[in-house]
Design a protein around this ligand. Structure first.
Ligand SMILES: *Cc1c(COP(=O)(O)O)cnc(C)c1O
Ligand code: SF4
Length: 340
């Protein structure tokens, strides 16, 4: 009898799609496996191994499935494949381009701007984006336990000018829902906090991350909720992403998107216009278009400020105003992102 139950349960789990945790644990984390999975010639492997030593490969299948086979120029592939160029260290490209280490009054908390703080809610991501400004971030020093969060929570309790908490990372949604629900419950106890913002790429990378457990705590919090997604190219938005966005909206979330302007990924007007249109079809409004932060290993993605301005000026001739992202740069020491 017992055996029958186990057999039935096993069949059910074979048929159900794997959980987001399983999908994440099965992500490709090896340059050779990545090249083989995507049918890339061995010419790319040496560079991929060099880049991988500097910042590990990580790409889940749900994201790989949107990448064309055997096409080194695929705009999604460019974001995740390590290249030999990452070993170049031109002047001005540094390990901590945003000087975040100067703005950490408590473990896991970054307070740079008035009225809002950023909490590093998870040290890891579901994907490793080669251009990421946090590729050298000392995450092991910044993933507080429950006891260690007390310092950050005390800081928030004592500063009544703070109204908004931004969960960031890494990717905050790489943390378990149990952990996140606990942290959000602590934040709800602080009366002057009114808004919860989540900066995440996970609903795009593994759309199954937007499951009942996540939607449960999200829908029930007293906070106004904003999710800022990170999508750089229209090809990232497939039906599963559209469905995940619809679930988030149903839970009362406002959806925004930030992109990074990246050479050979999205540095032309048609690509950017198509991205904004496709975002809106998925119920997402464009928010920021960031120029690259000068982080070591990412110089080959750079677009000059002049090129960026020209692109955005041309983009304005293609889109309604509400689909225009704001072109910004983050300059250490400034009180906000800086419009270009
Ligand atoms: C980008 C950022 C924010 C959010 O800035 P907004 O302009 O409100 O989107 C907040 N804190 C830190 C440390 C940031 O880097
Ligand atoms: S923090 Fe965002 S951009 Fe950086 S690797 Fe993680 S998901 Fe990619």
């Amino acid at each position: 009898m017992q055996e029958n139950i186990i057999v039935v349960a096993k069949q059910a789990s074979d048929q159900a799609s794997p959980s987001w945790q399983q999908q994440l644990s099965h992500a490709i984390r090896d340059p050779r496996a990545l090249c083989e999975r995507l049918g890339l010639s061995h010419d790319w492997l040496t560079g991929a191994q060099i880049g991988h030593e500097l910042f590990k490969v990580c790409v889940p299948e749900a994201y790989l499935s949107r990448i064309a086979y055997a096409d080194i120029n695929d705009p999604l592939l460019r974001q995740v494949i390590p290249l030999g160029e990452e070993a170049h260290t031109p002047q001005g490209y540094v390990v901590d381009p945003l000087k975040e280490a100067d703005h950490q009054p408590a473990k896991g908390l970054i307070h740079k701007y008035a009225g809002r703080v950023l909490l590093i809610a998870s040290p890891t991501c579901a994907i490793n984006c080669r251009y990421c400004f946090r590729r050298h971030f000392p995450y092991s020093d910044n993933s507080p336990s429950r006891a260690q969060w007390q310092e950050a929570l005390d800081y928030l309790r004592h500063d009544i000018t703070i109204h908004e908490v931004i969960l960031s990372g890494g990717d905050p949604l790489a943390a378990s829902d149990r952990q996140l629900a606990w942290l959000v419950a602590q934040l709800e106890g602080i009366q002057h906090l009114t808004r919860l913002r989540i900066h995440t790429r996970l609903p795009v990378v593994i759309p199954d991350r937007v499951d009942d457990a996540l939607l449960g705590w999200l829908a029930s919090t007293r906070f106004q909720k904003v999710v800022v997604l990170h999508i750089n190219h229209a090809n990232e938005i497939d039906q599963a992403v559209i469905d995940a966005c619809a679930r988030l909206k149903q839970a009362g979330v406002t959806l925004l998107n930030q992109s990074v302007l990246l050479r050979d990924v999205n540095d032309d007007v048609t690509t950017l216009a198509t991205l904004s249109e496709r975002l809106f079809e998925a119920g997402i409004l464009p928010y920021y278009l960031h120029v690259l932060d000068p982080v070591q290993g990412a110089a080959h993605f750079d677009i000059s400020d002049e090129e960026a301005r020209a692109l955005v000026a041309a983009l304005r001739n293609h889109l309604p105003g509400f689909l225009m992202p704001r072109l910004v740069r983050e300059i250490p020491g400034k009180a906000s992102k800086t419009p270009l």
